[in-house]
Design a protein around this ligand. Structure first.
Ligand code: PEP
Ligand code: MG
Length: 598
């Protein structure tokens, strides 16, 4: 972090960190105190050990109750995807090895449960932090968050961040911000936050984006350099936090804010209009969704349906697998709320880094390369009863609402698609025998996210009704760059000429066979890449709900002729730098407001 001026009362100082959530805010600083002191080593007489074990048990039960409550609130407020973070917390709480160590310490050394839990969790956190892996290092804050809750519960109650006493909203400056605290931030009291720790993949950062709170992380020691009540300007676009901003700085940022507010008003005006390019080509913009509760947001964002419903969150957020009836109810709820627009339910895509708790223990044992392992359709074809339950639920939902679509993830060859369709056919036969209605013309889609699927696009296109390109995985598999690994993030490149060509091959194979081709990976949400996708002939973009309006804005100002020229140039480009600079030039020229930072 660069601190360009020495501390001097009232003088403007700039602190720098990593920008993780867009937006600018100005307000008084609320500097959160240092974490509570660690419990001192205190022993109990031998006969007091059972009571300590009992206290530990109760604190764990209470912590679990709190985490489940936080999970429910977060899930409702900002979606199950982000609430999934608290599943990781629950797993920390359930870690049998860690608990064995805690119990062992109490039994052997007759120490208090507070001290034992704190000591053991600290050891685990240090071990994790020492692994020099950015992703795992981020998980240290999950572990500490849970440990703080448990210790606080052992001390008689968890103290939630109390913002009640604030009479005006503040900018929070803190050493760290636990995910559970971040998720509960009351937006009427908090304008944004800057923290000393964390990186782009930290949960505080992910939650800030969902809550649409400007945020800067990785500021190293800002919490020691800022004092309560000082005026703070936090710029979540560039990662700059300005203490005691001068009148000139405030004026400049004020101008920027005014422009952004005006632009937001313009976005609201166009969000219900059609996504038609300036030269009259109609494009479909749908949204990605993880639970029926988010359907309202999709509609109000102006999306024309759901291009990707990630059903795995139903499984990940529950300790037991959801039943056919539970799934049926969820799918009908989503489809009904989105009528008359289509909803594409993607069958279970667990595996990789996502295993429901009940599978983690036994069948989903450690894999050397989980993203190349037992994942998506591979899992479903083997776990046939899990697959069957879901296929029946989706089919039944299609009998109630006529906008249901079904899509398979991770298809790598014709056999997998044939086998999946056979399983579906078996379920259809069962439902016929049971006299249960379903849509006999249910549209079946294939995700194109494995390079082999691109190469046999014409073979797959004959066996389904639509394609949806999952660029998140297609990029990682085509470029051999793990989408989760920060060390190879520079290789994970949507503008790589190979990716452009793979998309073109998919679109051509789909269109030659008369089927619709969508893109549902994050690339569809990137305004810089949208013109290339459209120029390549993609029919539909399924984007995150908060980006529906910006993408629509861009589409409405873009000419398809320009997009096609760009795509032609990109297809003959030799480097991603070349692709990117052309794409940026066009996107900035068509919709400069989307990139306004001056
Ligand atoms: C993708 O891979 O692009 C995709 C949309 O699926 P997920 O991100 O769920 O793997
Ligand atoms: Mg995928």
């Amino acid at each position: 972090m660069a601190d360009t001026n020495e501390l001097n009362d009232g003088e403007e100082r700039r602190l720098e960190g990593i920008a993780v959530s867009r937006g600018v805010c100005v307000g008084k600083a609320l500097v959160l105190g240092v974490p509570i002191a660690n419990p001192a080593r205190t022993t109990v007489p031998e006969e007091g050990v059972p009571a300590e074990l009992e206290r530990l048990e109760q604190a764990l039960v209470e912590t679990r109750r709190q985490l489940v409550a936080v999970h429910a609130r977060v899930s409702q407020a900002i979606g199950p995807g982000d609430a999934g973070i608290f599943d990781a917390h629950l797993l920390v709480l359930d870690d049998p090895t860690m608990l064995e160590h805690v119990v062992g310490l109490i039994e052997k050394e007759h120490v208090t449960a507070d001290y034992a839990f704190d000591t053991v969790s600290q050891r685990y956190a240090d071990a994790l932090a020492g692994l020099e892996d950015e992703y795992l290092a981020e998980r240290v804050s999950d572990l500490r968050d849970v440990a703080t809750r448990v210790v606080n519960n052992l001390r008689g109650g968890h103290v939630e961040l109390d913002l009640e006493q604030l009479t005006e909203p503040h900018v929070i400056i803190s050493h760290d911000l636990a995910p559970s605290t971040t998720a509960m931030l009351d937006r009427s009291k908090v304008l944004g936050f800057g923290i000393d720790t964390g990186g782009k993949t930290s949960h505080a950062a992910i939650l800030a984006r969902s809550l649409r709170l400007p945020a800067v992380v990785g500021m190293q020691d800002a919490s020691r350099k800022v004092e309560n009540g000082q005026t703070i300007l936090l710029d979540g676009y560039t990662g700059v936090v300005i203490v005691n901003p001068s009148k000139q700085t405030l004026f400049e940022y004020g101008q920027l804010e005014k422009r952004q507010q005006k632009f937001d008003d313009r976005l609201r005006e166009i969000q219900s209009l059609a996504a038609t390019t300036a030269d009259g080509f109609r494009v479909s913009i749908t949204a990605n969704l993880e639970a029926a509760t988010g359907a309202g947001d999709v509609i109000s964002a102006g999306a024309e349906g759901v291009g990707l419903f990630r059903t795995e969150y139903l499984y990940l957020n529950n300790l037991a697998l959801p039943t056919e009836d539970e799934q049926f109810a969820e799918y009908v709820r989503a489809a009904r709320a989105l009528q008359p627009h289509p909803v594409v339910f993607r069958t279970l895509d667990i595996g990789g880094d996502k295993f429901p708790a009940c599978y983690r223990m036994d069948k989903g044992g450690a894999e050397t390369n989980p993203f190349l392992g037992w994942r998506g359709i591979r899992f479903c074809l083997e776990e046939s009863s899990v697959f069957r339950t879901q296929l029946r639920a989706i089919l039944r939902a299609s009998g109630v609402e006529n906008n249901v679509r079904l899509m398979y993830p991770m298809i790598s060859g014709a056999e997998e698609l044939d086998q999946s369709n056979e399983r579906l056919e078996e379920c259809r036969r069962e439902l016929v025998a049971e006299g249960i209605a379903f849509d006999r013309d249910l549209k079946i889609g294939t995700m194109i996210e494995v390079p082999s699927a691109v190469m046999i696009g014409d073979v797959l296109a004959k066996r389904c009704d639509f394609f949806s390109i999952g660029t998140n995985d297609l990029i990682q598999y085509a470029l051999a760059a793990d989408r989760m690994n920060e060390k190879v993030a520079y290789l994970y490149d949507p503008a790589h000429p190979a990716i452009i060509r793979l998309i073109k091959m998919t679109v051509d194979a789909g269109h030659r066979n008369g089927i619709h081709v969508a893109v549902c990976g994050e690339m569809a949400s990137d305004p810089v890449m949208v013109p290339i996708l459209l120029g390549l002939g993609v029919d539909e973009l399924s984007v995150s709900p908060s980006l529906v309006a910006p993408v629509k804005y861009l589409v409405r100002r873009l000419k398809m002729s320009e997009a096609r020229d760009l795509a032609v140039a990109a297809l003959s480009s030799e480097s991603s730098g070349e692709v990117l600079s052309r794409a940026q030039e066009l996107a900035h020229c068509v919709a400069p407001e989307l990139f306004d930072r001056s």
